[in-house]
Design a protein around this ligand. Sequence first.
Ligand code: HEC
Length: 175
Amino acid sequence: MKRAAVFGIAAAFVTGVFATTLLAAGPDRVKYPRGFEKDFKRYDIVDKPDRKISRFMYVDPKSAAEAKPGQPMPNGTILVMEDHAVELDAAGNPVTDAAGRLKPTDKIVAVAVMEKRAGWGNDIPPDLRNGDWDYASYTPAGTVNEKAQLNNCFSCHLKVRESDFMFTSIFKSSR
Ligand code: HEC
């Protein structure tokens, strides 16, 4: 788990307490939400032609029901971004449908999860903190993606702080 290692080293300079709490972050607490394809609500699909993927966005149903437009998502929210490989033509370029959208296949290439629980942000270094969100990256089989650099999740999602660190919205779907 690379992020804990990086944080651990950085935090060790500051305080020994930090170093131990940070080991509880990432995939240790943001679990793979098994069965999300059936149990969660799919709220959007985002096309990424350059990466030859379609990204399926899901939210847990309880938080979807409690959420209010323009407000931060409730504590307990789990968001999943499931990357699907798309159909390609003979030249290896993505095929589009009549509406100009990519055509996702059933092949999953990655699963990213973000989850928010009260107090979780206290374990994250202040310059990276995303409110109370934490992040994890999984393989299609649901095992931890050891290659993921989880501090990048925080630094990039920091750009959309004003929308509760979310790039997409459960209230506004592109499909
Ligand atoms: C360089 C910027 C960047 C990085 C790094 C990044 N994301 Fe994202 N993330 C995005 C963008 C942009 C979207 C919206 C979909 C899109 O356009 O690809 C998104 C969407 C998401 C979503 C759906 C909710 C939302 O915010 O719309 C989840 C869940 C997510 N990312 C998790 C992660 C995880 C976990 C990591 C680290 C392993 C990560 N992200 C790293 C930019 C980033």
